[in-house]
Write a new protein. Structure first.
Length: 321
C-alpha cells in the first residue's frame, strides 16, 4: 500500500445521482479499536439517496466533498491499537455507525471493530453485500415484534433490501407471511417464501385482513396500516415519509396511546452481536442474499438512479475492484 490515496465516491453539491463521481481521498489509518477494511462491495440504501439529494441537509451540513456508502463487505487490511477479535485477511461485513456517517463507497474504510462481523464461509463477498442491512429485519422481527410461530405477518415493501429479508425470516420463524410489493415483483417475493403476495397498488389497507405483526419499510399511511393489527398485535416501521415528515412522525407519536399496539419506529444500528445473529441465519439456510444488479464502482451514480426509479428486487450492489 505505497499509494497514500484511494478511490472513493464523492459529491461536491447536493442533487441528482449525476453529482456523484469517483475521486481520490487519503487512505484512512485505523485508530484505536478500529479495523482497516479493504472494501470489496457495498449496497445502495435509501438513506444515502436522501442525503445525496439534500433532503436531510440539516444533519449532513454544507461541507464538501461528502461521501456515500453505508454498509460493506471486505477483508481486514490492518488493525488499530488495542483492536482484538480480527486478524489480517479476515472476511468481514458491517454497517457504519450513526456517528460515522457515510463512506464505505471507497477502496478502504476504517471501521470500529464492534461494527464488524465475520462473513459466513463460502458466501461470496459481492453477494454478501446485500445482507448487512438485513440485521434490521432480524431486530424488527425478534427484539421489537417478538414474532412467534403461527402468527400472521404483513411485510410492506417486501421486495426491498430489508423487506425481502423480513419475508425470508418470517417464513423461517414459522409465521404466515403476506407480502406487499409491486405487481412485477410478486413472483419474486413468493419465491422468497411469502404465502400470499399482493400488489400494493391494487389493494388498500381496508381490503386487507388482520395481522399479528406488521413490518413496514414504506413509512406512508402508517395509521391506516396500524388499524390492521389483531388484538395484541405489534407494528414496526423503519421509515417515515420524507415528503410528509411531520405527518409521519406525528402518526408514530400519536400511536403511543395504543400501548403495545403502538407503531414502533427504529433505525438499524447493528453491532457485532447483530451481525453474528445474521450469520447464524445464513448458515442455517434461513436467509440468502437477494442481489438485483451488480454495478462497478464507476457506475455508482447508475445504482443510485436505479434505486430511485423503484422496483428493486433485493439490493443493488456496487463492486469495488
Amino acid at each position: 500500500m505505497s499509494d497514500p490515496t484511494m478511490k472513493a465516491v464523492l459529491f461536491d453539491r447536493y442533487g441528482a445521482p449525476d453529482v456523484l463521481y469517483v475521486g481520490r481521498r487519503p487512505r484512512p489509518a485505523p485508530g484505536p479499536g478500529e479495523v482497516l477494511v479493504r472494501v470489496r462491495a457495498f449496497s445502495v440504501n435509501g438513506g444515502e439517496l436522501a442525503a445525496r439529494a439534500g433532503r436531510v441537509r440539516l444533519l449532513t451540513g454544507r461541507r464538501f466533498p461528502q461521501r456515500v456508502g453505508l454498509d460493506l463487505t471486505g477483508e481486514v487490511a490492518g488493525l488499530g491499537a488495542g483492536t482484538t477479535g480480527f486478524t489480517a485477511g479476515d472476511r468481514v461485513w458491517g454497517v457504519l455507525g450513526r456517528t460515522s456517517g457515510f463512506g464505505s463507497a471507497a477502496e478502504y474504510v476504517a471501521v470500529p471493530a464492534e461494527r464488524l462481523g465475520q462473513v459466513p464461509a463460502g458466501l461470496d463477498l459481492v453477494a454478501a453485500a446485500a445482507l448487512p442491512v438485513a440485521t434490521t429485519a432480524v431486530t424488527a422481527l425478534g427484539d421489537k415484534a417478538g414474532l412467534r410461530p403461527g402468527e400472521r405477518l404483513l411485510v410492506r415493501g417486501a421486495a426491498g433490501g430489508v423487506g425481502n429479508a423480513a419475508v425470508q425470516l418470517g417464513r423461517a420463524l414459522g409465521a404466515e407471511v403476506t407480502a406487499l410489493a409491486r405487481a412485477a415483483n410478486l413472483d419474486f417475493v413468493r419465491d422468497l417464501g411469502a404465502h400470499e403476495a399482493l400488489d400494493h397498488r391494487a389493494v388498500t389497507p381496508a381490503g386487507l385482513g388482520r395481522y399479528d405483526v406488521i413490518v413496514d419499510t414504506a413509512g406512508s399511511d402508517l395509521t391506516a396500516h396500524r388499524r390492521l393489527l389483531a388484538p395484541g398485535g405489534r407494528m414496526v416501521t423503519i421509515a417515515f415519509d420524507l415528503s410528509r415528515p411531520v405527518a409521519s412522525l406525528g402518526a408514530i407519536a400519536a400511536s403511543a396511546v395504543h400501548g403495545s399496539s403502538r407503531i414502533r419506529f427504529f433505525s438499524g444500528n447493528p453491532l457485532r452481536a447483530d451481525l453474528d445473529a445474521l450469520a447464524r441465519h445464513v448458515e442455517a439456510g434461513e436467509l440468502r442474499p437477494a442481489v438485483d444488479t451488480v454495478f462497478p464502482l464507476k457506475e455508482t451514480a447508475a445504482a443510485h438512479r436505479a434505486l430511485e426509479a423503484g422496483g428493486v428486487r433485493g439490493k443493488y450492489v456496487v463492486r469495488v475492484d
